[in-house]
Design a binder for this molecule. Structure first.
Ligand code: HEM
Length: 465
């Protein structure tokens, strides 16, 4: 007797063949992707119904860019996809088995432990340190300076994340900040270059990265050890209580069985948080300042809201609910320029995405940049229009149409913190300063490295408002 196929099998039997982009030479689309990844992917996506296959050398790749297809990959069929070898190889040396690299049971167990520390209830306590880091910058710039906003926003978010994690400023530890920059640059090369060699191959770039990564892990491990020692003294009544930072939270966190994280995993999660939180937030803020400088009408609305609600006083967490237009600006920025513009996956078995058959091994490029430009969802998609995120209009967005933080089991655990940080910085920096783009900023384009960055930087004259 024939057994009845389960719904999964029926779905894959009914799947239509994957539509393929027109062929391109022996290397397929490899060259176009190598020279301009973002535009090559956008061209593939916008010429498709949202799921399109193409070749990178001998490998099948698929660009995904509709809400339904995105939800299949990230939610409904998430178990059919892994992170992909390249991502794991690039991130593991620095981040070990942290949330950005682990999978399966370990990933689930770590999420249960880590995610609650970044919940909407827990993040307001970080608002003051974000404000004070930004105030330091505003104070330094008030007499007028020419700067690159990309580099400066990276320094600012580096400072914020190191205070958030360890209660110490990255400005006080130059060698660590330099090593982190070196390690992130190597990760970027390993993620994006077809010529990247495994870290064990002793070419000069790898040797430098190895030194930087070993230095960072040793420094943070020693910092954790000292904090644990101080904690033991405090528990014994012989010292001060530990500062209330993310490291303290993670040290105190307990699994359901009452056990604590191993020293190695604690180190991995701390470095993962650093890696995931810093550059994404810097790029989001650099894009926000750039787009505001290009749209004086929107900037006027931002100034009006800030002046009405705050006047000259500093912003506090409680004010954010009364500054909705500044939040809309930040959200619209992440629609047009999502820092995580492409979310990579690899099919671990034959599967189906939005009705199309995807074979095991296919690389998936979930293309948020093109997803956020679907004209059927976002009319006149290239227009910078924060009103798209007014309370009423935002509610009408179809599920899966706006994914700056992904969705499903890997959704960004830092999204609430990132939104609060982006909101606070948008308010504070535009309250205190003016940003006038210099002629070199005339040709800024989005470039997909690991994140979507304004390239070659955003030169601006900054002065007190
Ligand atoms: C504007 C800032 C940020 C953006 C645009 C962003 C975006 C994203 C996206 C799209 C993902 C999902 C990746 C995937 O599905 O593979 C992700 C994951 C992650 N993010 Fe964020 N993120 C931001 C800030 C932060 C912050 C502040 C933290 C730290 C608290 C953080 C920690 C993480 C971690 C640990 C993951 C891995 C989650 C997992 O795979 O389980 N991110 N982020």
């Amino acid at each position: 007797m024939r057994s009845r196929a389960n719904p999964e099998e029926r779905a894959s039997a009914d799947a239509r063949p994957l539509p393929m982009a027109p062929k391109r030479g022996l290397l397929g689309h490899a060259r176009a992707l190598q020279t301009d990844t973002l535009n090559a992917l956008h061209e593939l996506s916008s010429g498709s119904d949202g799921v399109v296959g193409f070749r990178i050398g001998g490998t099948l790749a698929v660009a995904v860019s509709t809400p339904a297809a995105a939800r299949d990959v990230l939610i409904h069929r998430a178990d059919d996809f892994g992170r992909g070898r390249r991502q794991t190889r690039a991130l593991t040396p620095l981040m070990g088995q942290g949330l950005l690299t682990s999978e399966g049971e370990l990933h689930k167990k770590q999420r249960r432990l880590v995610v609650p520390h970044f919940s909407p209830r827990r993040i307001p306590r970080h608002a003051d340190l974000i404000v004070s880091s930004a105030e330091n910058v505003a104070e330094r710039w008030k007499r007028g300076v020419d700067v690159d906003l990309v580099a400066e926003m990276n320094a600012l978010t580096m400072d914020i994340v190191s205070r958030l994690l360890f209660s110490t400023s990255s400005r006080d530890n130059g060698p660590l900040a330099e090593a982190i920059t070196e390690a992130f640059e190597w990760e970027m090369h390993a993620l994006t270059s077809p010529f990247a060699l495994p870290l064990g191959v002793p070419v000069p770039r790898n040797r430098r990265a190895r030194r930087a990564i070993d230095g960072i892990r040793a420094w943070i491990a020693e910092f954790i050890r000292q904090r644990q020692e101080a904690q033991r003294d405090a528990d014994g009544g012989a010292g001060e209580d530990a500062p209330a930072d993310v490291l303290g939270d993670l040290m105190a966190a307990r699994y359901e069985d009452g056990g604590a994280m191993s020293a190695e995993l604690l180190l991995d999660e701390v470095l993962t948080t650093w890696g995931a939180a810093q550059e994404t937030s810097a790029d989001a803020q650099a894009w926000t300042l750039y787009l505001l400088a290009r749209h004086p009408d929107v900037l006027k609305g931002v100034h009006h809201e800030i002046d009405t609600v705050l006047g000259e006083r500093s912003v506090r967490f409680e004010d954010l609910a009364h500054l909705p237009y500044c939040l809309q600006v930040f959200k619209e920025t992440m629609r047009l320029c999502p820092p995580a513009a492409v979310i990579p996956r690899q099919a671990v078995r034959d599967t189906v995405v939005d009705g199309c058959a995807i074979p095991a091994g296919a690389m998936i490029f979930l293309n948020a940049y093109s997803l956020h430009r679907r004209p059927e969802v976002f009319a006149d998609p290239e227009r910078f229009d924060p009103d798209r995120f007014s309370r009423e209009r935002e509610k009408e967005l179809p599920k899966g149409a706006y994914l700056p933080f992904g969705t499903g089991g890997n959704v960004c655990p830092g999204s609430h913190l990132a939104m609060m940080e982006g909101h606070l910085l948008t308010v504070l920096l535009n309250q205190r300063l003016t940003f006038e783009l210099l002629p070199q900023a005339a040709d800024v384009v989005p470039e997909l490295l690991v994140n979507l960055r304004p390239s070659p930087g955003v030169r601006a004259h900054v002065a007190a408002r």
